[in-house]
Design a protein around this ligand. Structure first.
Ligand code: DGT
Ligand code: CA
Ligand code: CA
Ligand code: ZN
Length: 577
């Protein structure tokens, strides 16, 4: 999808034309602004529109005239717009990022560039620190504070980071600390440990006898951009990836209590504290204390904290105060599905469609390495025009290739499937005969994601009622921080899925995680089964399974709720039904 990038570029051109002043009319500036709004608000990818109907199709869009359409064509073909490249030579400013700061328009940015040589946010920060802005005409002390506030807001992240970015970073930092020999223990806590889909900041707990040296090591790590606070037991830093990280050094005797506390979530902790008070105890990050201030749950693991409160220990993913404490009290916690329970992956793309280059050998090799027994090849269907989707003939060719590959593979099976498009009326875009040749059918909605709720509900329910589908792929179509979920009456969707024995996908792509935990909890109430898939477009994506597992655990799913924990024989029997 090029829309947001393209819209931003058109906006920046408008900004730069404005700086040119007299030379350009307001109309011309406005034309770029209008085009930016149109492109930014499109449901369909502008590139797709162009590929289907050329510049003529683009010109049918509101606010897109001949020259704008030419710009878009140029951008699609070359990745650049010459007009912008020329303007940029004259104004070597990072306008796109500077104008993200609240109250900072292109004009102000240009003034600062002319007066102080400020080119980007980094330069702006420097100028602020040296108080060089307050003396400029039209600025002053107040606007200096305002700009600083704007930068702080941006850097505080306004948005939250994907777990798929945050967790690997946290693990890299943890591993460096462990390798340094300076710490005895380093454990990741907070929302990252609970596998929330997004993370506000990282929390890492440490045991060490070399406090000062550990903190020095941390603040000089290559991952660290700046130090926010530094003390002997607590240090907070800003990471280069745009996330804060809190480090806490705790006593060995407090470690269990501290880990419990800093894993959270907050509501879960508040509940536990109330339970402690009822027992005449006091719970905090240092321990669980009796009336005489003795730590009755001292030690390195958190089991002791839960046990002393009369609770069974539970996995971090459950700690959201959604009723897990009640279950723990009555020894009724479910046994959650584990990554090791997964026997295969039912959504993997291959080189036969889409932007994937995965060969069957690569897919099988990686899946085997990950301890799996099977992988479903789910190439796109023909409606995914941009993704080189397959028609009936195309699928048959792929199936023949799969048969050939399977003969060579030992102890591993590639399954014949497809990620088949659900069309507007709920029909599938591949004929019944071909679907019948698949081991199972994965079907997804890929277009018209902003259609009204009634229409979307009907579309999905119709598809489910066709009796052709085994798994509904990424059921809400959302992209975290990028695209809202489609609007559908999920109760009706889940009901129809139950009637037709269709499993819900938990798509493990970090930006999808779809179904999310809340929807999966709901789907489970309908007695539905789940397929935790990676939707791998690259071989490396096959490791995303752990994020889907995190989501499944957050929805309290057990092994028996997840179809791809079954061995191949049982799975095929299930799909035959
Ligand atoms: P985040 O960072 O927004 O993704 O979410 P968390 O859960 O990591 O929250 P964070 O980093 O503010 O705090 C880490 C943990 O510390 C949190 O999960 C529970 C605990 N905690 C923080 N503030 C409080 C509080 O006011 N009361 C209690 N009982 N626990 C707290
Ligand atoms: Ca946190
Ligand atoms: Ca924190
Ligand atoms: Zn897919």
């Amino acid at each position: 999808m090029i829309n947001s990038k393209l819209a931003e570029l058109l906006d920046v051109i408008a900004d730069m034309l404005e700086l040119e002043g007299e030379k350009y009319s307001r109309f011309e500036v406005l034309a770029y602004r209008k085009a930016a709004v149109t492109i930014g608000g499109l449901q369909e990818d502008a590139e797709e529109i162009y590929k289907k109907g050329g510049t003529d199709a683009l010109m049918e869009l509101p606010g897109i005239g001949k020259s704008m359409a030419a710009h878009i064509e140029e951008y699609i073909k070359t990745g650049k717009i010459a007009k912008y490249e020329k303007l940029k030579k004259k104004y070597p400013l990072d306008i796109a990022n500077l104008t993200k700061i609240q109250g900072m328009g292109a004009k102000k940015a240009f003034k600062l560039y002319k007066a102080l040589g400020v080119k980007d946010v980094q330069g702006l920060k420097k100028a602020l620190a040296q108080h060089r802005i307050r003396d400029l005409e039209g600025f002053g002390e107040q606007s200096e504070t305002q700009i600083q506030k704007g930068i702080d807001f941006l850097e505080s992240g306004g948005g939250r980071m994907l777990l798929g970015t945050a967790l690997p970073e946290a693990e890299a930092i943890r591993d460096k600390l462990l390798k340094s020999g300076l710490v005895e223990k380093a454990i990741i806590g907070g929302s990252t440990r609970r596998m929330r889909e997004t993370v506000g900041d990282l929390d890492i707990l440490l045991i060490s006898s070399k406090g000062q040296r550990v903190m020095d090591f941390i603040t000089s790590m290559q991952e660290v951009e700046s130090t926010i606070a530094k003390g002997p037991t607590k240090t907070s830093v800003r990471l280069k990836i745009g996330l804060n990280c809190d480090f806490r050094l705790v006593e060995r005797t407090s470690f269990g209590a501290a880990l419990q506390y800093f894993t959270g979530n907050k509501d879960h902790n508040v509940k536990l504290r109330e339970m402690a008070i009822k027992k005449g105890l006091k719970l905090n990050e240092y321990g669980l204390f009796d009336k005489r201030n003795r730590n009755v749950a001292a030690g390195e693991n958190e089991e002791q904290v839960y046990k002393t409160l009369g609770l069974d220990w539970m996995e971090p993913e459950m700690r959201e105060n959604r009723g897990e404490i009640y279950l723990a009290l009555h020894h009724k916690l479910p046994k959650l599905v584990q990554l090791a329970d997964i026997d295969g992956d039912l959504h993997v793309h291959s080189k036969f469609s889409g932007d994937s280059s995965n060969t069957f050998e690569e897919i099988a090799g990686e899946a085997k390495r990950l301890g799996r027994e099977y992988a479903g090849v789910t190439d796109h269907s023909k409606s995914e025009y941009m993704n080189r989707g397959l028609d009936e003939k195309g699928y048959r060719r792929v199936f023949a290739e799969i048969d050939k590959a399977n003969k060579k593979l030992e102890g591993f099976t590639l399954l014949k499937s497809g990620e088949v498009d659900i069309l507007k009326d709920g029909s599938l875009d591949i004929d019944r005969k071909t679907l019948g040749e698949m081991d199972y059918v994965l079907a997804s909605v890929h277009s018209g994601l902003k259609d009204p709720k009634d229409a979307m509900t009907k579309r999905i329910v119709n598809a489910l009622n066709s009796g052709q589908i085994d798994i509904l792929g990424h059921p809400t179509g959302r992209l975290i921080n990028e695209r809202e979920p489609l609007q559908a009456d999920m109760d009706k969707v889940f009901e129809a899925a139950k009637d037709n024995g269709v499993a819900m996908e938990i798509n493990s792509q970090p930006s999808r995680l779809d179904l999310n935990d809340e929807n999966a909890i709901k789907a489970k109430r309908y007695g539905l089964k789940f397929a935790i898939d990676t939707d791998a477009h690259r071989i490396s994506h096959m490791q995303y399974m752990r994020y889907g597992i995190g989501m499944a655990k957050r929805a309290w799913l057990r092994k028996e709720d997840v179809v791809n924990t079954m061995d191949l024989g049982s799975l095929l029997k299930l799909f035959k039904k």
